[in-house]
Design a protein around this ligand. Sequence first.
Ligand code: ZN
Ligand code: ZN
Length: 354
Amino acid sequence: MSTTTQDYYEILGVKKDASVDEIKKAYRRLARKHHPDLNPGDKGAEKKFKEINEAYEVLSDSKKRAEYDQFGKAEFETGPGFEGFRTRGFDFGFGGTEDIFSDLFRNLRQEDVPLKGSDLVTSLDISLEEAYKGATKSLSLTKEVVCKTCTGSGAESSQICSHCKGIGSLKQSRGVFRMSHACPSCKGSGKVITRACKTCRGKGLGMAAETIKVKIPPGAETGSRIKLKGMGGAGTKGGPPGDLYIELAVTQHPLFKREGNNIYVEVPVTFVEAVLGGKIQVPTLDGPVTMTLPSETDSGKKFRLKGKGIPNRKTGIKGDEFAVIKIMVPRTINAKTKEALHEIEKAYKGEQRS
Ligand SMILES: [Zn+2]
Ligand SMILES: [Zn+2]
């Protein structure tokens, strides 16, 4: 019996003179949208789905369509029922529409096969100090996790596969050979889903935020990748999880510039320190150290502090630090200092630009 009083063309949302292709397209789109397995428990969708199929059954057949156009729906009231659609487990009992369904259900079927979870890539900023010493950092990310409602099966309820009687494989005799292959109906699981899990819509996966700890090795640099095996997205239907890749970026340091595993730091000194020499403090990644500045040091001169750089990630051998001297001009000078500077100027007049 007809499930609707609506016009078949209206149901599919096509014009009366729509081509076979247009009808097919409209049907595909609507069937995907309203399929009961994709809308578990939704009675409205189920009804709509039946209507769509009924309309398509008629309009996709040129003979039936011509009769429908001429006589209206009455002709089809006793036509083939659509009971087939009630049978879950993708075992649909109608021939003509199968090709259209094959790709719709390929998607659903694929999800029955265990699939590896997705590999994830995320980035993480670390400080130069963390790159120097290594660190353990927390990282929050949202990723696929196994659905808690169905523990990943995707099923709210399932039944033993009628095709293989729950064995999951089928035996075949070929001459003297007996072969066994995975049951195509249940993909070897021995079970078919009769009702999809409402939480995950049958996918067996959900999304969840997770905080993980990441160990940063000493010597990490911008572009370093850390692979955390099995920490990516959860696998589908018992498949293994994917991997998580963390791409590191070392943030700019206010004092140190990094070049490879060497670091550079600008050390301001006074004019007097530069001329007379003396002990000066130089910052390093291990804290400040005292360095002896020789007398008559020019601005821009580099002093090497051996082994105060970043360790090599593989060998652990540290690079060097270079202290770059910069003579600073005093900004606040009183009359007395000014006087003294004039004295100094007189003392080496004629020498400074020789
Ligand atoms: Zn679920
Ligand atoms: Zn089976």
